[in-house]
Write a protein that binds this ligand. Structure first.
Ligand code: GLU
Length: 275
C-alpha cells in the first residue's frame, strides 16, 4: 500500500517550507488512497525541544492534516539503530573516526590528491585505535565507501527511482564516508532514516530537493542492510518574495507567527498551491 511520510526534526518551529513539504506528501497519500506517516526525527537531544515537537503537532493539525498514530519518535528507538549499526560493523563496513572537526577540516584540505570535497578516511592502525579507546576518546562510526564497494562489487548496479528524474544511478561517493553514529548522540541521520523508512513500510519518500544527495547514500545503506528501496520524489523548495528558500537559520516566519497574525490555514494552503 502506498505510504509516505513527513519527517521533521523538532529543532525549531515549522515555517512555510515545512508546510509545503507536509502538504505535498499528505496530498500524495490522499490521492493514492495510502498512508501518511508523521515521524519525529529527534535523535539530536542537544538541539531538539519538547515545545518544538508539540508545535509540530499543533501546526500540522491547524493545516488540516491527519496522520497515523502512534507517531514514531526516533529517540525512543535507539536500539533499532544500534542493531543496524552492529550489522554493518560485523560486516566490516564501518570504521571508528576520532577526528575533531578541526582535524577533519585539516585532513580534507591537505589530502594527498588535492583537497577532498567530502571525507574519505581509513581505520586507524589497531594499536593506535586500542590506545585511544583505552583513553576513553570519543569516536564516530563512519561508513567505509571502499569496504562497501568491495562488498557490492562496485556501485554500478545501484539505482533508485525518482518520480521526476526516472531511474537514477546512485552515487554514494557524493557523500563520502558518512557518519552513521555521531560522537555525541551515538546514531546519525542517514542510518535512522533508512531503518525507519523500512520499518514503517514507506513506499514513497517525498521530500525537498535539498535531500537529493542524501538519497544516494541512503540507497547504499539499503543495499548493505538488505532493506527495500522506496520510490523517491524530490520536490523543489519554495522560495520567499526575495527568491530565497525558507530556512530556519534565516529567520523564516514560522507557521505559528502567521497564525497569530490572523492568517487562516485555508489562505496558507491556497498560497502554497493546495485547496
Ligand atoms: N528530518 C529531516 C529534516 O528535518 C528530513 C528527513 C527526510 O525527509 O528524510 O530535514
Amino acid at each position: 500500500m502506498f505510504a509516505t511520510r513527513f519527517a521533521p526534526s523538532p529543532t525549531g518551529y515549522l515555517h512555510r517550507g515545512h508546510a509545503y513539504a507536509a502538504l505535498t506528501a499528505h496530498a500524495a497519500a490522499r490521492a493514492a488512497g495510502g498512508r501518511f506517516v508523521l515521524r519525529i526525527e529527534d535523535i539530536d537531544a542537544t538541539r531538539c525541544r519538547p515545545d518544538y515537537e508539540a508545535a509540530i503537532y499543533e501546526d500540522l493539525a491547524w493545516l488540516g492534516l491527519t496522520w497515523e498514530t502512534p507517531v514514531r519518535r526516533q529517540s525512543e528507538h535507539l536500539a533499532d539503530y544500534q542493531a543496524a549499526l552492529g550489522r554493518l560493523e560485523a560486516d566490516g563496513l564501518l570504521y571508528r573516526c576520532f577526528r575533531t572537526r578541526k582535524e577533519l577540516a585539516q585532513a580534507m584540505a591537505s589530502a594527498p590528491h588535492g583537497p577532498m570535497e567530502v571525507y574519505r578516511g581509513q581505520p586507524l592502525p589497531a594499536d593506535e585505535e586500542a590506545r585511544r579507546l583505552a583513553a576513553g576518546e570519543p569516536f564516530a562510526w563512519r561508513l567505509s565507501l571502499d569496504a562497501a564497494s568491495r562488498k557490492l562489487g562496485g556501485f554500478a548496479g545501484l539505482t533508485f527511482t525518482d518520480d521526476t528524474a526516472g531511474v537514477v544511478p546512485a552515487r554514494p561517493e557524493l557523500g563520502g564516508d558518512v557518519v552513521l553514529a555521531r560522537k555525541d548522540v551515538g546514531v546519525a541521520y542517514h542510518l535512522a532514516v533508512v531503518v525507519d523508512d523500512a520499518l514503517q513500510e514507506i513506499t514513497h519518500v517525498i521530500r525537498g530537493e535539498d535531500l537529493f544527495e542524501a538519497t544516494h547514500v541512503q540507497r547504499l545503506l539499503q543495499a548493505l542492510l538488505g532493506l527495500p528501496t522506496p520510490t523517491y520524489r524530490h520536490h523543489p523548495l519554495i522560495t520567499g518574495p526575495d527568491g530565497r528558500r525558507y530556512a530556519k537559520r534565516d529567520g523564516a516566519e514560522t507557521l505559528r507567527s502567521l497564525r497569530e497574525r490572523g492568517m487562516s490555514a485555508t489562505d496558507l494552503r491556497g498560497e502554497l498551491g493546495f485547496d
